[in-house]
Ligand binder design. Structure first.
Ligand code: SAH
Ligand code: SF4
Ligand code: F3S
Length: 447
């Protein structure tokens, strides 16, 4: 009798980096004989890929972990793994807090999962959080989608925004070579993937650390050069990239996006605050005027480009007037989408130690006011799609309406229309938009 295959379950928190890492770790687990279990309670190995960007993200992990740690008392051969950013931040302390854990591994170690698990199966409790050079992954990721895929191009972040844990947990910048990126994209194209999002925490930093770069910062490997190098990979019809930093965003990049037909007219450029004093305290290295100039430039080349961003309210010391500068920026620019957050003090970051922290009431009041404006502006922006014909790349069935499929426009707007997923999955369909909402559209396919 062959033994029952071991089952694994991964729960992923946080950003696209974590999602991409989870897909690679799932690939490794399947390579060594594990099968996916939809229900975590049937799994023999549970991996939490964690996020620590804000306190509530971190707390969520502890509540999940608590439940599985209890289960381990009934099922001692259950393997419990904490990966990702909480693992990196807490390291050994996590083992003290949850002694049932078998493996604590930082994000730089994702590709080493097989080795680390071997140590666990040999009977060790393992913590892997030391900084390392990220090794290229030779396993195939187990990707959630068969249509869209993520490709990391640069890991880590060398910025020191005063509120942010990412540099602490993701380490210094490490760019992959253009050849490795292109090879992965070609393979994805061969497998039928239609859309690729290139990922980096500060994607504009791409290439700075590669050989051939010069100290003046003028180097042959920039994000723009990379786009020219990979834009025509066979089969890949859409390319996106995130996250852009206003400090490094160039006109050359804007031109490339305009010029290269497969690069989507979609920009995710967080501004964080619309106030120059706050931007300075955040150590962002740009002014709101500079940010506005970037958006103007994008719109000069691509009047219809979709613009999304992130913003923080209630940064230490933020006055009502300074918050209103953020509202003003949002009102003036008219984002298609904005991720908003109340400032959360994070361990190991400078801003967390300042004594001018705002109350939770002020922060949540500002967050609500900002969200209200965001929805209103997004609804306005959506109007431009009414009666238009948009190209929609079909990804899935609409989970709420099986008679419809869903996908995204070039500008990343979620769009629903009647159709059969078996026929349309992975197709780019021309859709006439009939209904618009703040963050999604509905339409009909045109023949
Ligand atoms: N590299 C990206 C952002 C990565 S973190 C950039 O530079 O913009 C994703 C988002 O989380 C940030 O854009 C910011 O809006 C939010 N964020 C980061 N740290 C935060 C904190 N301490 N409190 C609240 N929001 C935070
Ligand atoms: Fe964090 Fe700033 Fe780096 Fe973005 S650029 S990941 S906000 S330190
Ligand atoms: Fe969270 Fe780590 Fe991403 S802290 S936002 S998962 S880089």
């Amino acid at each position: 009798m062959t033994p029952k295959p071991r089952q694994y379950h991964i729960t992923t928190f946080g950003c696209q980096m974590n999602k991409a890492d989870s897909e690679r770790m799932a690939g490794i687990l399947e390579d060594i004989g594990f099968n996916w279990s939809e229900d975590p309670n049937n799994a023999d190995l549970i991996l939490y890929n964690t996020c620590t960007i804000r306190d509530n993200a971190e707390q969520k992990v502890y509540s999940y972990l608590g439940r599985q740690a209890k289960r381990k008392h009934q099922q001692p051969d259950l393997t419990l793994v904490v990966a990702g950013c909480v693992a990196q931040q807490e390291g050994e302390q996590l083992l003290r807090r949850v002694p049932e854990l078998d493996l604590v591994m930082g994000p730089q170690h994702a590709n080493r999962l097989q080795d680390l698990l071997q140590q666990v199966f040999d009977g060790n409790q393992v913590v892997a959080t030391e900084p390392i050079h990220i090794v290229e992954d030779i396993t195939k990721p187990r990707r959630d989608s068969t249509v869209t895929a993520w490709v990391n191009i640069i890991y880590g972040c060398n910025e020191r925004c005063s509120y942010c844990v990412v540099p602490n947990v993701r380490g210094t910048e490490q760019s992959r070579t253009p050849e490795a990126i292109q090879a992965e994209m070609k393979e994805l194209g061969r497998q039928g993937y239609k859309e690729i999002t290139l990922l980096g925490q500060n994607i504009d930093a791409y290439g700075r650390d590669l050989p051939g770069s010069t100290p003046e910062g003028r180097h042959q490997h920039t994000l723009t050069d990379l786009l020219y190098y990979v834009h025509d990979v066979p089969g890949v019809e859409r390319i996106r990239f995130a996250t852009s930093h206003p400090r490094y965003f160039t006109e050359r990049l804007i031109k490339a996006c305009k010029e290269l037909p497969n690069v989507c007219e979609h920009f995710h450029i967080p501004f964080q605050s619309g106030d120059n004093e706050i931007l300075k305290a955040m150590k962002r290295g740009y002014t709101h005027e500079k940010y506005r100039r970037i958006i103007d430039k994008i719109r000069e080349y691509m009047p219809d480009a979709a613009i999304s961003a992130d913003a923080i309210v209630g940064f230490p010391g933020e006055t009502e007037a300074q918050f209103e500068n953020t509202l003003k920026l949002v009102d003036d620019i008219g984002f298609d989408q904005l991720n908003t957050a109340a400032y959360s003090p994070r361990p190991g970051t400078p801003a967390a130690l300042w004594d001018n922290q705002l109350s939770e009431e002020v922060k949540s009041d500002r967050l609500q006011r900002l969200n209200h404006l965001v929805a209103q502006k997004a609804a306005e922006r959506s109007q431009r799609y009414r009666d238009r014909i948009e190209e929609v790349l079909v990804e899935e069935q609409n989970p709420k309406n099986p008679a419809q499929v869903m996908g995204r426009t070039n500008g990343n707007r979620l769009t629903f229309f009647p159709g059969k997923i078996e026929e349309l999955k992975g197709e780019i369909v021309k859709v006439k938009i009939t209904e618009v909402r703040a963050f999604s559209l509905t339409g009909e396919a045109i023949k």
